[in-house]
Design a protein around this ligand. Structure first.
Ligand SMILES: *Cc1c(COP(=O)(O)O)cnc(C)c1O
Length: 352
């Protein structure tokens, strides 16, 4: 773990944000990096965005007094007292939440985010509900600032954000308050989405929201630095002849004489089991490929062209020198999933 990379990436996000304030999104244990470690590394963020009360209370318990955005808001009447007691900013995305705010005593004022469904159809009020919801919150004596937010479904893809942005503007026309729209992809790709607050997540961890396929838009091209490097070692070597097979299901067959390296890392560490033969990996600093099926605690690699490989040779599964985006592409997933799936049994060490 290189905590300095987190701070660097935040700085980069800010440089794209203009005068907008920055929420550092640290949900899902800071995308696998450790909630409190990331919060400290993101000291320069204006606020922290999380999912649940457990995360929010951990931050408050550690003495963090910055604004905390609850991305899914709150779930039950008892949560309302917690919002006020810990000065948390909930996303309000459905009518039941407003009813809870009206019924439960709020001992002090809170800020809220009103979520508008501009087309993603996951969370948020529809066009015919937004103004009613806004009014109800506006009339609440303990609701201070109302920020209007929405979330983009395809800021990294072919649809972009134009239609959702136009819809959001129309739906919130005439409503007062700051706006908060952009995730990492929108922040990097669409300056018009910056508004008053931005909500970058994945880029803070050194991965590209656009994956690894697009030059200049991959992590290195964007100037992002990986914070998490998943490392291991070779623990055995096998020499195989043409026709011999490797691993569970005999999933790989050698077509020539090969040297197979056995790496002490498997799906119980968070390496994706569905990563196929060919997924990139670094052994002793050299790029090679996964062969056969990933097992629980081990995986196999082709070290035929790395004669210096021996038991104890260092292996990089992703991170420094091999972007998680590239590994994710090889495994037909996203860096988001790789980072979040890192297993608790993997020790985390700070490197400089
Ligand atoms: C996770 C999340 C983000 C951050 O998205 P990235 O793609 O990781 O930048 C922003 N906003 C909301 C509502 C989210 O849930």
């Amino acid at each position: 773990m290189r905590t300095a990379a987190l701070a660097h990436n935040l700085q980069l996000a800010r440089s794209h944000a203009g005068s907008a304030k920055v929420w550092a999104v640290i949900k899902a244990n800071a995308y696998g990096h450790g909630l409190l470690r990331a919060a400290a590394a993101f000291a320069a963020a204006d606020g922290l965005a999380v999912l649940d009360f457990e995360e929010a209370l951990l931050l408050r318990g550690a003495g963090d007094d910055r604004p905390i955005l609850m991305l899914e808001g709150f779930f039950k009447p008892q949560d309302v007292a917690l919002l006020a007691a810990h000065a948390l900013t909930p996303v309000v995305h459905e009518r039941e939440q407003i009813a809870m705010l009206q019924c439960e005593a709020l001992p002090s004022q809170i800020d809220v985010y009103l979520k508008v469904n501009s087309g993603m159809n996951r969370l948020g009020f529809r066009a015919d509900e937004v103004h009613v919801a806004y009014q109800a919150l506006r009339e609440h004596p303990r609701v201070r600032r109302i920020t209007l937010m929405t979330h983009f479904a395809d800021a990294d893809g072919a649809h972009g954000i134009a239609a959702q942005l136009a819809r959001f503007d129309a739906m919130t026309n005439g409503l007062d308050g700051p706006r908060c729209l952009a995730n990492s992809a929108a922040l990097l790709r669409f300056p018009e989405s910056r508004a008053d607050w931005v909500r970058p997540g994945i880029m803070l961890y050194g991965c590209s929201p656009f994956g690894s396929g697009v030059p200049r838009h991959d992590a290195a091209g964007l100037g992002l630095q990986p914070a998490m490097t998943l490392t291991s070692e070779l623990i055995a070597l096998q020499r195989v002849c043409p026709g011999e097979r490797v691993g569970y299901g005999f999933g790989f067959e050698a077509t020539e004489k090969m040297t197979i390296g056995v790496v002490a890392c498997g799906y119980a560490d968070g390496y994706p089991r569905h990563a196929p033969t060919g997924t990139p990996i670094l052994v002793a600093g050299k790029r090679t490929r996964l062969v056969g099926r990933v097992s629980m605690d081990m995986l196999c690699v082709d070290v035929s062209a790395i004669p210096q490989a021996h038991n104890g040779s260092p292996v990089i599964l992703w991170g420094e020198g091999l972007s998680a985006d590239e590994v994710a592409a090889g495994a037909e997933t996203l860096s988001y999933e790789l980072l979040c799936a890192l297993a608790p049994r993997v020790p985390m060490v700070e490197v400089s």
